[in-house]
Design a protein around this ligand. Sequence first.
Ligand SMILES: [Fe+2]
Length: 356
Amino acid sequence: MFARHPRLRASARWGAAIWGVAAGAALLAAFAHPARADEVVNLYTSRHYDTDERLYTEFTEKTGIKVNRIEDSASALIARIKAEGQNSPADLFITADAGMLWAAGQEGLLSPVDSALLKEKIPETFRHPEGDWYGFSARARIIFYDKARVAPENVDTYEELADPKNKGLVCTRSSGNIYMLSLMGAMIEHLGAEEAERWAAGLWDNRAREPAGGDTDQLKGIASGECGVALANHYYFVRAFRLDVPGLRNPEDTSKIGVLFPNQDSWGAHLNISGAGVTVHAPNRENAVKFLEYLASPSAQAYFAAGNSEFPLVEGSDMVPELAALGTFKADDLPLTKLGENQAEAQRIYDRVGYR
Ligand SMILES: [Fe+2]
């Protein structure tokens, strides 16, 4: 399993054929299990990927349960579920980052799910110990660098990004962003709080510019020559080969950028998840649990992960071919609940060193 053998392997088994097969199966399933109008599941989701349409229709075809959804940012959805209280129609909260799922749990919005199937399929490090939430795909927060300006051996660990030798080179997004908080949560676990604070101070001292924009903007900064090295989630780079991303549009832009999975000789690349949890007042709780269990099935895993070029978490699930280009790597096996538990301290540390 992934957690016990934290070396991710890209596979090219995913193929165009799966779409044709799924469409044919869908037609048969529609006759076998006609949808009952009264069975629904209401998703509050921060996802909005093309492959998700297949995910929802396949679930309806298999179960007869209609999928309703409200899409918004994770923080807007958390605020909405809170405001709706006991009358909330939300059955499931779906978002990215274990830190965000943990925050929803802290607000008392999630209800534990005890599912033998999910416990078997989803490695322990990628789910909440009581079942408040489960991860269904993984992303790695890794290091990108300007091949012309920076030697890879100078930037192949998270720690080194804070070394004075990288002064004026480092680009990140702002420290209040959940990805940065979760990364700091992991650094606190690995280095201890004191050393993690020195790391944050060094990272800030090495900045090439004030933090601004999202992960894509840090990669664009390398392409434009502003940044020598940047932290970003792996899929922001991968998607530049699939979508038209301004600033990363030309092969000259992306070919400038080197990709490093950090800390391959120590704890491995920082991982996070996309995942989901059942809400505390879910009016259709049973259907919500069915949806979670469906997400652990091979076809759902393929759709769910492919939407954002992420790594499926259930062993044996197909992966998008563009991930194969990244090769294999050692991943951090830290239980992701730690990212949430350390979230407040992570923000305090960034604030103390003046990291904006
Ligand atoms: Fe993202």
